[in-house]
Design a protein. Structure first.
Length: 233
């Protein structure tokens, strides 16, 4: 298998299903040591079973990333488990409601921002002291960033892109590579919720879109933004 990640220690959030689970499995298959983060311990049962079946070690850290204190605790616990964090994949996110901004429910707005933006930053801040020079932060973004009709989700992904660019500049002295990866259309529960009339068979499974995640974990620096669907090593 190409792209060995032997010796790499990675934290992947939102790892119970979808893109997060696919990335966690791709990392472990290449020799990385993985801590999976999710909201509740029970949600990691399927991932835990898949790792055990293959003989891969799995660390777990659970908590509500919509609560900044919880997000920070998850980050600290994962860092303590790993000893250091070579790769942080901020994948956890909420879709929220799809509605025009002029009608958007503000309680949903606040919750979506809490998870997708504030929680992402709180966890990142907690993990940064455990990241060595030359490490990588991967933030999962979306082609829906800035797209009308997608409400809070769209705006949060604009924020994620901005956070990535700012961290990339601010952490340059430590050579920490900050990359926003847009997986593009993928056969996930979030995609199904966003496009209920779409045939899932017409979009690729998440496992087919892990190429840039593996490459960045292995030391590549493709720049601040990558489209997984058009990724070429």
């Amino acid at each position: 298998m190409s792209g060995s990640l032997e010796g790499i220690r990675a934290l992947v959030t939102g790892a119970s299903r979808g893109m997060g689970r696919a990335v966690a499995e791709a990392y472990a298959a290449r020799g990385a040591r993985v801590v999976a983060a999710a909201r509740a311990p029970g949600s990691l049962a399927a991932l835990r079973a898949a790792f055990a079946e293959r003989g891969w070690p799995l660390g777990e850290a659970t908590g509500d990333l919509g609560d900044p204190a919880e997000a920070a605790r998850v980050g600290r616990e994962a860092a303590a488990t790993l000893g250091r964090v070579d790769v942080l994949v901020n994948n956890a996110g909420l879709l929220g409601a799809r509605a025009p901004l002029g009608e958007f429910p503000l309680d949903v707005w606040e919750r979506t921002f809490a998870v997708n933006v504030t929680g992402l930053l709180a966890l990142t801040q907690a993990v940064l002291p455990a990241m060595p020079d030359g490490a990588a932060i991967i933030n999962v973004t979306s082609g829906a960033a800035g797209r009308s009709g997608w409400g809070a989700y769209s705006v949060t992904k604009l924020a994620v892109d901005g956070i990535t660019a700012m961290l990339r500049d601010e952490l340059a002295p430590r050579r920490i590579r900050c990359v926003a990866i847009n997986p593009g259309p993928a056969r996930t529960a979030m995609r199904a919720a966003a496009h209920p009339d779409e045939d899932p068979a017409t979009v690729p499974p998440p496992a087919a879109l892990t190429g840039p995640f593996v490459a960045v974990a292995g030391g590549a620096d493709p720049g601040p933004h990558v489209e997984a669907a058009s990724w070429r090593p």
